[in-house]
Structure formats: C-alpha cells, structure tokens
Design a protein around this ligand. Structure first.
Ligand SMILES: C[S@@+](CC[C@H](N)C(=O)[O-])C[C@H]1O[C@@H](n2cnc3c(N)ncnc32)[C@H](O)[C@@H]1O
Length: 641
C-alpha cells in the first residue's frame, strides 16, 4: 500500500494567527486575529526627505529608504495605487538579512524572539514580498544555524519547493573561536526563484577570479590578447595518428614523449600554426601548445555554492575595514555584511537599472551596493535609531562620493607576464615578498664537483651538446683528478637566483574605480496605525488618525465646522460630514464612516492614500458620498510625490 500523498509542512503555535508590531521603532510583536483591522490595514508611506539628485538615472525618484516595519511597508508598496504602479511585480532581486533569532541582544537590535513569533513574522514578510516580485525575480534569505532548517521548510511552503535554487555557504570569518566546541565559520543564503526558467535567463555568470584569470597572459604580444598555456600539448591517451613528428621554429624535430600523444591532429596543428596560435616556448624550441584565448572562452564562470571570504569578504571586512572607517567616532553597526558579498549577489541576480529590495536594511549595505552598481533600490528599516546613526548617513556618503571603501574601487594583483603553470598572481606576490626577506651575502656551501658532474651529464645527453658522450666521460674523469678532495666551495648564490626567480613571478596592482558618487534617494516613513483597541478589545478608529492637527487644517481648508468630540468625523457642513484620515482609506474605514452617518447625511472622506476597493464600496453603501485624496485633490498636486 502506498502512503497517502500530502505536503510536508512545519507547524507551530499561532501559525494561523497574525502579528502586529507592538510599537513604532520597537522590535516586538503582538498576536492578533488575522481579521483584526490592525493586521490587514494598509498604512500610508509618507515622504519626509530627498537626498542627492532628485531625478535622472539613479536619482531620488528611483530609490527609497523607508523607516518602519517591513510588513507594513511591503503591503503598502504593493497596494496603495501610487506605490503599486512603481513596485508591484517590478522587483528583480530580494535580499533579506533578518535578525537570525540567535537569542542575543545586539547593540543595535534585539534578536531573541520566540521561534513561533519569528517564523510567523518571516512567513508574513515573504507573503508580503510575493506580490512585488517580477517574473524573473530571485529571493535570497541570509540566515545561520539558528533558524535555517525551519525557514527552508517555510520558504518551500510559501514560494514552492520546486522554486528552490541553491543554498550558498558564505565563509563569514576566517579564524576560529578559542572556546567553541566547533567554530562555526559560515552563514547560509537560501535562494528561491519566482520562476526558475525565467530566472535562469536573467542569471549572470560571475567574473573569473584573479587566480583563474591569472592563468592567462600575453608574453608574445599576441593581437588576440591574453592566452593560456597548458602544461604541454600532449596527453596520456590517444592513437598512433597522434604521434606525428613536428619541427619546431628552432629546427628541432619533436614527437610526444614515450606513451604520450599530441592533443591535436596534424591538420588542427597546421591550421593553428598558420594562424600563429601555436606556442613553442620563449626560444621556439619546446613542445607545441595550441593557445586558448581568454576572449574566446565563455565570459565569466557559473557561480557555485561555496563563497570563501577571500572572494566576497568577511564580517570583519564589513565592520573593521569599512564601517569603522566610514564612521570613526561611533561604535560600528553590530552585524553589517561586506559589500563584496552583496556585489556578488547583485551581479548574479540583477542587471543595470533593475530594482533590488532589502526589507531588513540594518546599516544599508544592500542599498549602498545597489547604488554603486547602478541598480534601483528599496530598503526598509524598523529602527529609527539605526536609520539615523547608520543607514541614512551611509547612503548619503555613497551619493556624495564620500565612501571610498567597500566596492567603490577594487585592486587586483595581476601577472606582468605569463606565470609558471599553477601559480596564481597572489601566490607569485607572496613568493617574491618572502624571497625579498632573505638577506644577501649568505654564502652557501656547494659541492662543486657534484654539481658540475650533473650539469655535464645533462648537457651531454641533450641534442644541443657541443661534446660527445665519450668526451664527457673523459672530462668527468679529469675533473675528479683536477678538483681532488677540495670540492666544497662557499658561494653566495642568492642575488642571481633571486633575480631570476623574481623575473618569473612578476606581478603588479591594477586598481579599478567602480563608483564616483551621484544619484540620490527618497526617505519615507510608514504612517501611524488608524486603529486603537480599548480595554474590552474593541478596535476603533484612533483619535490621532481622524482628529489630529492635520484633520483640523483640512477641515479649515474645506470650510467645515470642527466637531472635535466626534469619534470619526472632524467637521460638519450642512448635511455633509468630513472624515479626514491620516493614512490610507481602506474598506474597513469606509464601513466605519458609513455606520456613523445619520439618515440623509453624506460623507466627504479625505485620506493620504485611497484603495480603489474603498471608493467602490463607498459609492455602493452611500451614493453621493465622496473620497478625496490629499493633497492632490485638495490642491491639485500628486498625492505621494
Ligand atoms: C541583521 S540586521 C541587517 C544587516 C544588514 N544586512 C547590513 O549589512 O547592515 C537586521 C536588521 O533588521 C532590522 N529589523 C528587524 N525587524 C524588522 C522589521 N520588522 N522591519 C524592518 N526592519 C527590521 C533590525 O533593526 C536590524 O537593523
């Protein structure tokens, strides 16, 4: 009998419930019924500032830093018409680095939510992210061992197990901690694609590492550019057709060593030779190699899952080598990620001008990297303190070209000429540094007779030997007599050896400037909740939402008489009641307004945002009542920007 088919699902206490953030800028949540208006309400997003260039490529119109809870912000971005037009279905890449639930209290945020709260919070954020995703989008979720196993199941459930792409293992720290049983040196980044075939088309290869590219050089100034010299042109397997004779430019006739075969046919070698693509060594005397040109192989390499810190940076690089330099007078943000890590992610999953989202901004690494790489971005941070201390000043510095660190420039060690096979530019540099440390003048004892004997034997057996084998024998016999027992001499070989080795391992630094400032961004804040709860758990429209200072100003503008004690309406004019909503007018608000109208009364509802469903509902429940959007409908200007 086959077991019944079913979905694998993770359950937890409160999975069917909803969470609301308990207070603005505080990291805590409260369980509520999913139908609670505070859980479904759409809050306004209010622009508070713009930084840098207002328009143009990567200007303030393109990029958005939102202060507030990510759930609130994400829902508004996909629902409020003005924002939805720009963001719904438009995000190409999401990277989130939420608190890992490590049960620590970091300096700049607490990280100790009970598992079920953490899972519900994350599940809901993923649900809120989904409507924003473009067809070829990918979602990258950065975690550690605390929750990665549970989150993988939740992500399977929310995004579809079939859309799982891979888990990246990032080597976050090079060293080990002294007191740990086993030192954990890595984090995980789970990747999901909204639609794998579409995403695969977008997915970019990553540039060859310096080590990989270092194998290509151009010692003979080949106009086709750098090329790679393999070990030689022979292989251990083949057939007799691949053992033909080849005459080198120096005139020597060579065949593959015993038991080996050419890697190429006679015809292929002849064609390559006619095209000048064959390398016979510097003296034109070595076994032939057909060159592989860097320009002819696929650009870049397919990304793998192991990301060592020498390629993408470490925690320490982000904190000590970047944020501490950017803000020398304050304690750096607790858990910033290195810009090189985000550079790699954005390189793979987005292109110039694409929209990138990070719903847990922290110090703003994703936005900073996106700006430097010419991507558009939205980032959300709950803590006003974090935004004021880190996120905002950092992004300001990026725009003003006052952040020379991170990926602003990169310096690579590159070979000056072709390096010996298997030696990277870094290794060559390490080699010459250590060689330099060796002092000159240290005479080494050399067994003179033995060295000469070896050299004479080698020379005599080579085809270039000026003396015959017989003459060599005689020479060696005489050498023993002439040198006698006094065969050891002290020789200072270092200067000569060093010069020769250095010549073989020459490298230099090559610096590329990626970013020179420019562009801008908008700063916005999630508006307050429209609702309050009384002691009997009754939810009602809050006084701040309906009768605050702004409501009074609007009532004056529209010439309504103030009714400050009314729970919903702030003004009256003949049979018209005025409700000014300091946020987004949704269906719950419309129902509340209509419930409070007396017979024959009509409502004028003014809101900072209006959902289309709310307008339709008001027309149905109270024909003749109207909704106006502020400030556009009041002053003839656009609402949000
Ligand atoms: C691990 S840090 C992110 C670090 C960031 N990747 C960086 O490189 O600086 C997590 C951030 O998420 C913020 N956060 C926590 N809960 C949030 C929520 N509900 N909405 C928005 N941000 C939140 C925390 O305040 C903290 O700054």
């Amino acid at each position: 009998m086959r077991p019944p088919k079913g979905r694998l699902e993770l359950t937890w206490m409160g999975k069917d419930m909803a969470l609301i953030p308990t207070a603005h800028g505080k990291y805590d949540y409260e369980w509520v019924d999913p139908a609670d208006p505070r859980a479904c309400e759409i809050k306004s997003i209010e622009v508070v500032d713009t930084v840098g260039e207002p328009a143009g490529p990567n200007g303030a119109e393109e990029n958005l830093l939102i202060i507030g809870d990510s759930g609130d912000a994400l829902r508004s971005l996909s629902t409020v018409p003005e924002w939805a037009a720009k963001y719904r279905g438009k995000v190409k890449l999401v990277y989130i680095d939420p608190p890992f639930n490590t049960e620590q209290t970091f300096e700049h945020y607490a990280d100790q939510l009970e598992h079920s709260i953490w899972l519900t919070m994350m599940r809901d954020r993923i649900r809120d992210i989904k409507p924003l995703l473009h067809e070829d989008a990918s979602v990258w979720v950065h975690l550690d061992d605390s929750e990665v196993h549970r989150m993988r199941v939740v992500l399977d459930e929310e995004l579809g197990a079939e859309h799982f792409v891979a888990t990246i293992v990032w080597e976050k720290s090079p060293g080990s901690k002294g007191d740990a049983g086993i030192a954990v040196n890595h984090d995980y980044i789970l990747i999901y694609a909204r639609n794998e075939p579409a995403w695969k088309k977008l997915r970019n290869r990553i540039p060859r590492s310096a080590r990989q590219a270092g194998r290509y050089a151009n010692p003979d100034n080949d106009p086709r550019g750098p090329w790679r010299q393999g070990a030689d042109g022979t292989a251990k397997s083949g057939n007799d057709d691949l053992r033909f004779e080849v005459t080198t430019p120096s005139g020597r006739v060579v065949t593959p060593p015993k038991g080996n075969y050419w890697r190429f046919s006679k015809q292929t070698l002849e064609t390559a030779r006619a095209e000048g693509r064959v390398w016979f060594g510097k003296k034109g005397d070595a076994l032939p190699v057909i060159k592989t040109y860097l320009s002819e192989i696929a650009e870049g390499v397919v990304p793998g899952t192991w990301w060592p810190n020498h390629e993408v940076g470490s925690n320490q690089e982000a904190k000590r080598d970047h944020l501490r330099k950017l803000f020398p007078d304050i304690e750096p943000f607790s858990t910033p990620k290195p810009e090189r890590l985000l550079q790699r992610i954005l390189q793979i999953g987005s292109n110039l001008g694409d929209l990138v989202l990070d719903a847990f901004a922290g110090s703003g690494t994703t936005a900073a990297v996106a700006q430097k790489m010419g991507r558009r971005w939205v980032t959300i941070e709950l803590s006003t303190d974090n935004v004021e201390r880190y996120t905002l000043p950092r992004l300001r510095k990026v725009v003003e070209n006052a952040d020379p660190w991170g990926i602003t420039s990169s310096t690579e060690r590159v070979p000056v000429s072709v390096l010996p096979d298997g030696v990277s530019a870094q290794e060559a540099q390490q080699f010459t540094t250590m060689l330099t440390k060796l002092t000159d003048g240290e005479a080494l004892p050399v067994d003179f007779a033995r060295e000469i004997t070896k050299a004479v034997r080698d020379l005599a057996s080579s085809e270039r030997s000026p003396i015959s084998q017989e003459e060599a024998k005689t020479l060696l016999a005489l050498l023993r007599k002439v040198a006698g027992s006094d065969v050891r001499v002290e020789v200072d070989v270092m200067p000569q050896v060093r010069a020769q080795l250095r010549e073989k391992a020459k490298t230099r630094n090559e610096t590329t400037i990626l970013w020179e400032g420019g562009g801008g961004f908008t700063v916005a804040r999630v508006g307050p909740s429209m609702y309050e709860v009384d002691d009997d758990s009754e939810v009602y429209l809050s006084a701040a939402a309906t009768n605050g200072a702004w409501s009074k100003a609007v009532a004056g503008q529209l010439k309504f008489t103030l009714t400050p004690d009314h729970p919903v309406f702030c003004g009256v004019r003949n049979r018209q009641r005025l409700a000014v909503i300091d946020g987004v007018v949704d269906e719950t608000i419309v129902r509340t307004v209509v419930e409070h109208l007396h017979e024959k009364e009509k409502a004028v509802v003014v809101g900072k945002g209006v959902l289309p469903e709310a307008e339709a509902l008001l027309a149905e429940l109270s024909p003749g009542s109207r909704i106006r959007k502020a400030p556009g409908d009041l002053f003839g200007k656009a609402t949000v920007r």
